[in-house]
Design a binder for this molecule. Structure first.
Ligand code: F6R
Length: 603
């Protein structure tokens, strides 16, 4: 995800910006750049890849003297990770950096092109700098031009702009993307999160949505709110601990990533649903004339694949197979040339999945990668790619990557359903309506986490866990069990509820914890009967359901929803929090569990 740093002051600006961007590296990025006015000249530098590339491009450059600087790390959303698309974006005499997505950029771009402006990048961001220079031709001041520019933007933005028209000034604006400003004497610091400011300022102002303004080298800072009234929010003291700041105030990256799921789900869906249509950002020829889908992945990504198999068969009525990549590689698989081969991987580097993709490609199958890391090995190899846009995931136990994989696979199932004409218009629109509601479903109150923390003390002993569910709640049960084993080191299994009586029920006694997923929209009565069978054998039952279950020893209430995928995503959060809080109570390293790695590049 993109990062922003800005500085006004006398110190070596290049170093201030590079150090600040370094603090944001953990968010992930694929290019970086900065623009600096050192009191004499306005210069800019960009580089694809790591910050070291930018730093070495600037090795001969120094920027002493009072001035302004802005820097950016970019995680590609509109356009490939190239130097042209890297920020800052240049007008004729101004530079802009931006986080977020300008939703009306196409219409602004058309308007500016009609006025003779030439665009060079594929980004949405570039419209900001051209709009500013366009208004600056007639405005009474650069600030008035900036104010007009911001008033035209729709969507999410945290943005900084510097210009020769006001060389000692940084203009800033924020809407639905974070931006903070710190001051130390007559120096100002800007950033998209507090990590770059730690150690440089004691406190910072967290801008509200709709805020904009400017600061300059004479120590002036003017901030206005969305009603153009002065914004006088008091600065907030900054933490002194950089690690804490990177975690956004959460104790663990995994915890932060669970809370981020609502925001990344919005990002994942952005531009992919329009009215009642699903628009996939791929060349759809890979989807045409397919009579089968083969999904192939490992671990959590395999659970996303299993979930998708229900969606693809139910919605798109297409035969679907799911393969564990490490098994697929050596089973001499029978491959149908008309199948679409879909690999799912958060890292894009998993050796088994990569090899499976090579096998399918060599057999002449069309392939699609669903991945979180652009330019990864799997992305480079596949015929088509849908990025999950979850941002970098630091916690080894995957959370937001899984959520976005399932979302993208659901979108794929709907797109295939449309192409194959397997849903009625009303069925289709109830799907898109449910999809749109997922970011809200993923937005949970901290009270849920507190409740889960309290009940977790019941689960620290006993001889194991069974997570049970039916239909799509079976792969979710598998995922809940995997999350728990990974970070608690307790024995946990996921099982289809109806399968318990075929063997595993022999384990049931008061020391067996059963986490029963009992959604009201999906086979509720059947799932209840299965839970009753376990309760009758004295198993400890934790019911996760919108309906109270009288035989439950613990009950976690979820909301009533009309669509089973909404229940799926809400229960997913409950299971993630359950694993997290049990691990916390056991004193384990949540983010770096023993024996595990984030990217499994060995067989
Ligand atoms: C579990 C987890 C792993 C990965 C698996 C595949 O939390 O993260 O099970 O899902 O190693 O990795 P990717 O998705 O990178 O191919």
């Amino acid at each position: 995800m993109c990062g922003i740093v800005g500085y006004i002051g006398k110190n070596e600006k290049k170093e201030v910006i590079l150090n600040g961007l370094k603090e944001l590296e953990y968010r992930g990025y694929d290019s970086a750049g900065m623009a600096i006015y050192d009191g004499v000249e306005l210069r800019h530098f960009k580089a694809v890849g790591k910050l070291e590339n930018l730093s070495s491009k600037m090795s001969d450059f120094t920027s002493a003297g009072a001035g302004v600087a802005i820097g950016h790390t970019r995680w590609a959303t509109h356009g490939k990770p190239t130097e042209i698309n890297a920020h800052p974006h240049l007008g004729e005499y101004s530079f802009v950096i931006h986080n977020g997505i300008i939703e009306n950029y196409k219409e602004l771009k058309t308007e500016l092109e009609k006025a003779g402006v030439r665009f060079v990048s594929q980004t949405d961001t570039e419209v900001i700098v051209h709009l500013f220079e366009f208004y600056n031709k007639s405005a009474s001041s650069p600030f008035e031009a900036y104010e007009k520019t911001i008033s035209r933007l729709q969507g999410a933005y945290a943005t900084l702009l510097i210009t020769k028209a006001a060389p000692n000034v940084v203009f800033f604006a924020k809407n639905a993307a974070p931006m903070i400003i710190g001051q130390s004497g007559d120096e100002f610091y800007f950033a998209s999160s507090d990590a770059p400011l730690i150690g440089l300022c004691d406190s910072a102002i967290y801008l509200d949505d709709g805020c904009y303004g400017f600061a300059d080298t004479s120590g002036n800072l003017k901030i206005f709110d969305s009603d153009k009234k002065p914004f006088n929010k008091a600065p907030t003291a900054l933490s002194k601990d950089k690690g804490y700041a990177q975690k956004g105030g959460y104790r663990f990256f995994m915890e932060k990533e669970i809370y981020e799921q609502s925001a990344v789900a919005s990002e994942c869906l952005m531009g992919r649903i329009s009215g009642d249509e699903v628009c996939l950002d791929i060349d759809e020829s890979v989807l045409e004339s397919r009579d089968e889908v083969v999904l192939c992945a490992c671990g959590t990504s395999y659970h996303a694949a299993l979930t998708a198999s229900y969606l693809l068969e139910r919605l798109a009525k297409i035969r679907t197979k799911v393969e564990i990549a490490s098994e697929f590689r050596y089973k001499s698989p029978f491959l149908n040339k008309n199948a679409l081969f879909v690999v799912i991987s958060q890292s894009g580097e998993t050796a088994d999945t990569l090899e499976a993709l090579k096998i399918a490609k060599n057999a002449g199958l069309k392939s699609l990668a669903i991945c979180n890391v652009d330019n990864s090995s799997i992305v480079r190899l596949a015929d088509a790619v849908l990025l999950t846009r979850a941002g970098i995931e630091k916690g080894v136990a995957s959370t937001k990557a899984f959520a976005t994989q399932v979302l993208v696979l659901w979108l794929l199932a709907l797109r295939l359903a449309k192409m194959r004409n397997t849903l009625s218009p009303s069925e289709f629109s109830s799907e898109t309506e449910a999809l749109r509601g997922i970011p809200a479903v993923l937005n949970f109150a901290p009270a849920l986490q507190e409740r889960i923390y309290r009940i977790c003390k019941h689960y620290l002993h006993g001889h194991g866990f069974f997570f049970i569910g039916r239909d799509i709640f079976y792969p979710l049960a598998l995922e809940g069990a995997l999350k728990l084993k990974e970070i608690s080191y307790l024995h946990a299994e996921g099982y289809p509820s109806g399968e318990m009586k075929h063997g595993p029920i022999a384990l049931a006694d008061s020391g067996l914890y059963t986490i029963a997923l009992l959604p009201s929209t999906c086979l509720y009565d059947k799932a209840i009967s299965n839970a009753q069978e376990l309760a009758a054998r004295d198993a400890f039952i934790t019911a996760i359901s919108p309906e109270p279950f009288e035989l439950a020893d613990d009950y976690i209430a979820t909301s009533k929803h009309s669509h089973m995928m909404s229940e799926f995503f809400e229960m997913m959060v409950v299971l993630q929090l359950l694993a997290l809080e049990i691990s916390v109570r056991l004193g384990n390293d949540v983010d770096m569990p023993r024996n595990l790695a984030k990217s499994v590049t060995v067989e």
